[in-house]
Design a protein around this ligand. Structure first.
Ligand SMILES: [Fe+2]
Length: 396
């Protein structure tokens, strides 16, 4: 994997993939090489770059090393055009807060599922403040929380999926201009929609392969269990119950558990179905690779002929954007860029961070508002195909 690290973290044994300074003079013959000793580290620092790309497949992984004591300050850049990747501190705080909230929410859902396994009830008063913060975060800056939905670890999948569905449902409900009190109930239902998985055996829940038919039947039962658990939760609303109990129903009546059809599925159940599928197919699992978000939206639109209500799918696409924040796109200029922010009035022209040229080299990162640029998106791209670290380039 290619990682961008501050120059202070460079150590002998790491493999430099790109010196990140094509516009500067340096006396290394090549741009890619193994850092053999402290002497090489000193020489790289002397170039004046602040960050370099290292290839963890060919050398030491900086994240696998113990944190170094205070790194030596980088030498001053040789020109005024130093790589400037970070955004302003106010925006950076919003992204930091979103990351902290995502972590905390994942932990709370994990604890809740453990409690349910122990036979305890859900205490709504513990869930509500968390949901309020998620809803507030989406209303304040949805581009901070939504891209985190795609970063899931295998053993955390169930909990992170719940948090993602909560964030996505809130954004969806906001696009539909539903009242804030209803959005809050939808978000509670979304966060709790899979609590029934606490009653599915771990070996089925975390099976690193496709389920057999018998296992799938047990897995499907999580919806019935979610409903039972939530019905026993004091203070739960009908809206939250609908999200949980109907998130696997399908518009054409092919869903489960009740094979409800069309408008027999509540608006909240229909929304839950779209969001649940979107989050599941864009996530990497052991047995399948997540789809790029734009491709997932295209698929869901295609399936909406049978499974979902097309007008609702279109509203969902408006809420996350045709090119969702955090996705990788190719520009007409043959540059690759990561979407950083949506503009509701111009869904085809988000703000992007240009990072890579399809000729095969990284570029000095640059934020480009495509509404004010001659350049335009020509298609989506897959991070894995280009061996680019997804997490590194999320808005920050
Ligand atoms: Fe589910």
């Amino acid at each position: 994997m290619i990682k961008l690290i501050p120059i202070g973290r460079l150590r002998p044994g790491m493999y430099i993939h790109d010196l990140n300074c094509g516009w500067l003079q340096h006396d290394f013959v090549r741009n890619r090489f193994l850092v053999e000793g402290e002497d090489d580290v000193r020489k790289v620092r002397a170039i004046g770059v602040r960050e370099v790309y290292v290839d963890t497949a060919r050398g030491l992984d900086p994240d696998a090393l113990p944190l170094a004591p205070a790194a030596a300050p980088a030498a001053a850049p040789a020109s005024g055009e130093a790589p400037a990747v970070r955004t302003g501190s106010k925006a950076a705080n919003a992204f930091e807060r979103a990351r902290a909230l995502h972590r905390e929410a994942t932990q709370i859902v994990r604890d809740m599922l453990v409690d349910i396994r122990l036979g305890k009830q859900i205490e709504l008063e513990k869930v509500e403040p968390l949901v309020t913060r998620i809803v507030d975060s989406i209303f304040t800056q949805q581009d901070a929380l939504l891209p985190l939905a795609r970063l899931k670890q295998h053993d955390n999948y169930t909990f992170q999926h719940s948090v993602s569905v909560c964030a996505l449902m809130t954004a969806f409900a906001r696009t539909l201009e539903l009242p804030r009190e209803i959005i809050r109930e939808i978000a509670i239902g979304a966060l709790l929609h899979d609590v029934g998985k606490a009653r599915v055996p771990d070996e089925i829940l975390n099976k690193p392969a496709r389920l057999t038919d018998a296992e799938f039947e047990k897995m499907k039962n999580h919806v019935v269990q979610s409903k039972i658990i939530l019905q026993a939760t004091p203070g739960i609303s009908d809206i939250a119950l609908d999200v949980a109990a109907q998130h696997h129903e399908r518009h054409d009546g092919t869903g489960y558990p009740n094979r409800l059809k069309g408008e027999a599925i509540s608006l909240y159940g229909q929304m839950g179905a779209i969001v649940d599928v979107y989050d599941a197919i864009t996530s990497n699992r052991v047995y399948h690779k997540g789809m790029p978000p734009t491709e997932a939206l295209r698929k869901i639109l295609e399936w909406s002929a049978m499974h979902f209500k097309p007008t609702l799918v279109q509203a969902f696409i408006r809420s996350v954007g045709i090119y969702p924040t955090g996705s990788l796109v190719r520009l007409e200029s043959r540059r690759l860029a990561v979407v950083q922010a949506q503009h509701a009035d111009k869904p085809m022209q988000p703000t992007v961070k240009v990072i890579f040229h399809t000729a095969g080299h990284y570029l000095q990162p640059e934020d480009v508002d495509l509404r004010r640029s001659q350049d335009q998106i020509v298609g989506y791209e897959d991070f894995a195909v280009w061996n680019i670290d997804t997490a590194r380039w999320l808005p920050s």
